[in-house]
Each structure stands twice: as C-alpha cells, then as structure tokens.
Design a protein around this ligand. Structure first.
Ligand SMILES: N[C@@H](CCC(=O)N[C@@H](CS)C(=O)NCC(=O)O)C(=O)O
Length: 216
C-alpha cells in the first residue's frame, strides 16, 4: 500500500529554532516526516530546497518551502491550535512578536557570545552574560504579574522563547539555578518536564537519503 506523502521537516535535535518548530507541530497534531540532520553534513536534498542551509526547514506536500522557525510555528498553528497558543488570533499577536524579535535578535547575539566565550576573547563570559541578562530581567518582570509571557495562559511567546532560555541556563547551570530569576527558573522548569517537550526531544537517527537502485 503506498504511504501517504507528509510534509518533510529537516531538523536538528538540539537547535532551539528547530525545537520551537517541533513544539508547534506536535501541539497542532499535524503529522510530518522528521528528518534529523547533521549540521556539519547537511543533506543535499535540504540544500536543494533551502540553500541558506539552516534548520528547521519544512517542505510542504505541494512543494512550498517554509524556511523560518517562526513561520513553521504559525503554519502549524494555523492548521490547528488546540491549546490556543495564538490566543484565538490567526497571526502573531504584537506583544508576542516584540518579545520573540528581542529573543532572536539581541538576546541570541549575547547568548552565542556567552556560550562560546572562548571564540570571542574581547570580553569575558561574565560580560556577555550580563548583556544577555537584560532580556532575562524583562521576562522575569513579566512573570511577576502573570503566569506566562503573554498572560494567564501558555502562548506562542513562551514556546518560541524557552528553548533559548534553556540554552542560556545550560551554559552555567549552577549560576542560573542560584540567580535571582526565580520566576523564570520555575517557568523554564515547567516546560522542560512537560510531555510535549519530552516528545519533541526524542532521539532520532540521522536521516539517510535512500539511493534509488536500478530497477526500483
Ligand atoms: N532564522 C532561522 C535561524 C535558524 C538557525 O540559525 N538554525 C541554526 C541551528 S540552531 C542553523 O541551522 N545553523 C546552520 C549551521 O550551523 O550550519 C530560523 O528562525 O529558522
């Protein structure tokens, strides 16, 4: 019996952008074919559809390609958003967009320098961490008055951002765990032990393109 074609997601387990895409896909319940890749050896099939060479990339059944993690989230949630991550909207709410832009822009910039401080010897890791902390303070302030980043309910802002805070926390676990960001710690921990996160972090073998043999 022929197998029905599914959208294809090129992904890398530990990439926070790919995590947010996988989270939204899992939450929506939409089926996709997961193709785990190695960043050092990207498959030609992925580069053919998306020469920029970053994950995640989603190839739809009609051939369209979605090349940005946030757009993949929005695609999945537009199909089905049972947990109302978009708060009943069809597009990204402005406040969520502003937070995600800061995450993907300045915060990610300083996070990379903090994580790979040995590659940026102009300053110390502590200096880079201090720069990144501006965003942590902003999130902590939000969580002082509400349960989640967009209010009383989990939303796309939480799910798009927490994989990056996870990465920040992992650079120096003791520092983060003993920092003053107590609400942020709790908020992060809740996601890290969630069934959804465990589901999207399941280990998969690297995808190996199937060679067409003569006669197939
Ligand atoms: N703006 C992109 C960024 C994706 C991105 O930078 N992904 C990283 C992995 S976390 C990547 O693929 N880097 C390419 C490489 O390391 O070769 C998105 O939101 O999808």
């Amino acid at each position: 019996m022929p197998v029905a074609a599914l959208p294809i997601l090129y992904t890398f387990r530990r990439c926070p952008y790919a995590m947010r895409a996988r989270l939204a896909i899992a939450a929506s319940g939409v089926s996709v074919e997961h193709r785990e890749i190695a960043l050092r050896n990207k498959p030609q099939a992925m580069l053919d559809i998306s020469p920029k060479g970053t994950v995640p990339v989603l190839q739809l059944v009609d051939g369209r390609v979605i090349e940005q993690s946030l757009d993949i989230m929005l695609w999945a949630l537009a199909l089905n958003d049972p947990q109302q991550w978009l708060q009943g909207e069809k597009s990204l709410p402005d406040a969520a967009k502003a937070l995600i832009d800061t995450n993907d822009g300045p915060f990610k910039f300083w996070l990379d320098r903090y994580k790979y401080a040995d590659r940026y010897p102009e300053h110390t890791a502590a200096h880079y961490r201090q720069q990144a902390e501006e965003f942590l303070r902003c999130l902590e302030r939000l969580l002082e008055t509400q349960e989640y980043l967009s209010g009383a309910r989990l939303s796309i802002a939480d799910m798009a951002i927490f994989p990056f805070i996870r990465q920040f926390a992992a650079v120096d676990k003791t520092w983060f765990a003993t920092s003053d960001y107590v609400r942020l710690q709790r908020w992060l921990d809740e996601q890290l032990i969630s069934d959804l996160f465990l589901e999207v972090m399941v280990k998969r073998d690297c995808w190996v393109p199937r060679r067409l043999e003569c006669g197939e």
